[in-house]
Ligand binder design. Sequence first.
Ligand SMILES: Cc1ncc(COP(=O)(O)O)c(C=O)c1O
Length: 406
Amino acid sequence: MTNQCEYIVDDKNLDINLGEKVKADFPIFKNNDAIYFDNSSTTQKPQCVIDSINSYYTKYCANIGRGSYSWANKAEAEVEKVRQKIASFIGANIDEIFFTSGATDASNLIAYGYGLKNIDTDDEIMYCSDDHKSTYQPWENLVKILADYGKKVIVKNILIDTEGDYKEDDLIDKISPKTKVIILTHIHNTYGLEMDIKKIVPRIRVKNPLAKIVLDCSQSVGHIPINLKKLDVDFAFFSGHKMFADTGIGVCYIKKSTQSEMQKFKVGGGNNLFEVGTQNISGILSLGSAVDYINSVGIDKIESYIRYITRYLYSKLKVISQIKFSKGIDKCSCPLGFGIISFSISGIQSCDVGDVLNDYNIFVRTGDFCRITKDEDFIRVSLHIYNTIFDIDKFVKAIKYIVSEK
Ligand SMILES: Cc1ncc(COP(=O)(O)O)c(C=O)c1O
């Protein structure tokens, strides 16, 4: 599809000065001029998130689910408030939210918690080996473990088309009555596309109503409004640190009606289905604070602003003839391109580009981004709300310089 888009769009939620306004909320930017473009990897933290961690450790540090004294009660109450906040934020019920150490942990939890009990010889699972390793490798590993115990499971690979979205008809054709689980990603971590989940899920439900659907929301929660009930998936997961919270905290959504089908495979202290042992309490609190922060800015405004700066960046890069874009914004219809632009520069290794940009205090990721790819070597710019047009102009100037010096 030819890309006709311009970066200015008619959007009532768009505040083109949002980046300048929110940057001051992030203390890391106060004393330096660094340009941080690696937000798909992790985001910077606003002061309120840092304060929430500090407040727990300086005012009521205690374990949860055990003690009955005031600090323990306060910590427990605060954690449960966060669970409610998360549930409301992603369109789920409070008893469908489980805290994990991150997206990868949650993805493993689903694979073993559901797969060990429900997947047998001749059953089929479907995943995309072009997605992030954390999305599908727990399932790949589960298949190996089941094989060791004599169960032969069939894996069908989901393909990505030339634009960067799933090959929808092919995906649907591959579903059979034996399909047990289908693992999908919401926004791709390299191509930056919002996959057409709203369209794919109802088609899956028609073809095989019993197949479970897992959705990796690592790059979508905190970037665009999410309603898991409406998306009608059985499982979903994401990491807190990619949405302004601390590292080591993530969320696993498990639809209430599916929970009774799960195998409890981790046991120990704690009485919740999958939260065993002492939890990352300060991390959970930081996640609650991150949700408050996002709500105070407005998720619709965040979405519009990220789309705006993505388009702006694309419009500046596409005129540089030496740039070769990955699948994604350059190849797809415009509204789908979101937050992430990956490209290479002919004749220069991406890691060398990254090194030169680092000298300019501009931080990007280079390489293959936790995916198994034979021939992809990209520079990835991933944007968030504190990135500004000024940052992008500086980056494009540096890229033009690198290209001219080649
Ligand atoms: C799409 C996707 N899934 C999963 C992950 C893994 O997240 P974490 O390392 O926080 O577990 C990432 C991280 O980049 C990702 O982009």
